[in-house]
Write a protein that binds this ligand. Structure first.
Ligand code: NAD
Length: 343
């Protein structure tokens, strides 16, 4: 049987806890994977002297796929974000974050089924900042036609492949006329020039878009956003379906893909054994489906299906972590899934 080597980057804070739980669940589901552990973030700084060692990047380049826990970024000073560096250096240009209601999790909304697609390599989120003189700083928003076009193409292709009906670009092109203006122009031209006109398309100014989202998120299907807007809206959308504990994600490039939850390292609960591992487990399910799609290994899709059935069943049975109003800890929830996979 073919096995797929995966780089496991446990990350910081709750990262190692949710990573251990996720690997247990993937193994119980007989996912044909082998693991090679490498480090990034504060964990790597402590042991290897840098936050994003070359050996970690080389390992992902060589194997093509990684499952990653969150990495802490200091606020206000200190090193630049490991996540930003990793996405740029591996050119993981498309972040994809599905947001769906799950059984057994009551929220204000029903029928939410949208996907946030975020340009992952440029824009204000790059954090290119400069102090001109004391008390005066700049933050540079760099946008290119190349990156705006390829993320537009990726979003329409994703919509087509998944049978999705509509792509909505949220932007601020009324104010950021050049950068966001180019982003929407590129999306429009890709749609027209590359034959995606069967997919409905709309442009919404992002402030009004946020209001529309909280009024009724079910009116949206695929959201296409530049980097910073995508970062902010991912967490907003996570709130529709139960929060950061249940929102998975993937960072996809031409040669590599890194799967990680939307959430961060959650220092407030790190080390307590209470973090919800489901977002990383669901990211693992996305990873298995990605392997099936790109390498044709259907045993990965079957393993993904077993895990999905197990978490849907566990949640329906009221087996939940504390962030969802339940009693289970990280390992307890993983065990609830493993029992159902075995069962
Ligand atoms: N991809 C990444 O590596 C990534 C993403 C976001 C934030 N970060 C980093 O994480 C650190 C903390 O950021 P933050 O506090 O703004 O966001 P966060 O996502 O870590 O936490 C926000 C809130 O959600 C809760 N939460 C998050 N994940 C949870 C889970 N799996 N189960 C239960 N509760 C969970 C936390 O306890 C906290 O109350 C920062 O250093 C930030 O830069 C990293």
């Amino acid at each position: 049987m073919t096995t797929h080597p995966i780089v496991l980057i446990p990350g910081d804070g709750i990262g190692p806890e949710v990573a251990v739980a996720t690997v247990r669940v993937l193994e119980a589901a007989r996912a044909p994977l082998t693991w090679v552990e490498h480090h990034a973030g504060v964990a790597a700084l402590d042991t290897l002297g840098e936050v994003l060692p070359d050996q970690t990047l080389d390992a992902v380049r060589e194997r093509g796929i990684a499952l990653k826990g969150p990495c802490t970024t200091p606020i206000g000073d200190g090193f630049t974000s490991v996540n930003v560096q990793l996405r740029k250096r591996l050119d993981l240009y498309a972040a994809v974050r599905p947001v769906r209601n799950l059984p057994g999790i009551q929220t204000r909304y029903e029928g939410v089924d949208l996907v946030v697609i975020r340009e992952n390599t440029e824009g204000l989120y790059s954090g290119i900042e400069n102090e001109i003189t004391q008390g005066v700083v700049t933050s540079l928003k760099v946008a290119t036609e190349l990156a705006s076009t390829r993320i537009g193409r990726w979003a329409f292709q994703y919509a087509r492949d998944r049978g999705r009906k509509k792509v909505t670009v949220m932007h601020k092109a009324n104010i950021m006329k050049l950068t966001d203006g180019m982003f929407i122009r590129c999306a429009r031209s890709v749609r027209e020039a590359e034959g995606f006109t069967d997919i409905e398309y709309e442009e919404v100014i992002i402030d009004a878009g946020c209001m529309k989202l909280v009024q009724d998120p079910t009116q949206f299907d695929v959201l296409l956003l530049e980097n910073l807007y995508g970062d902010v809206l991912s967490d907003l959308c996570a709130g529709f379906v139960g929060g950061l504990g249940v929102t998975p994600g993937a960072n996809i490039g031409t040669d590599c893909a890194v799967f990680e939850a939307v959430h961060g390292s959650a220092p407030d609960i790190a080390g307590k054994g209470v973090a919800n591992p489901l977002a990383l487990i669901m990211s693992g399910v996305m990873m298995l489906n990605h392997i099936a799609d790109t390498r044709g290994d259907e045993s990965c899709r079957a393993a993904a299906g077993r895990i999905r059935d197990a978490y849907n069943q566990a949640l329906s049975d009221g087996q939940k972590t504390r962030d969802l109003g339940g009693q289970l800890g990280t390992e307890g929830f993983a065990s609830a899934l493993i029992e159902r996979i075995a069962g």
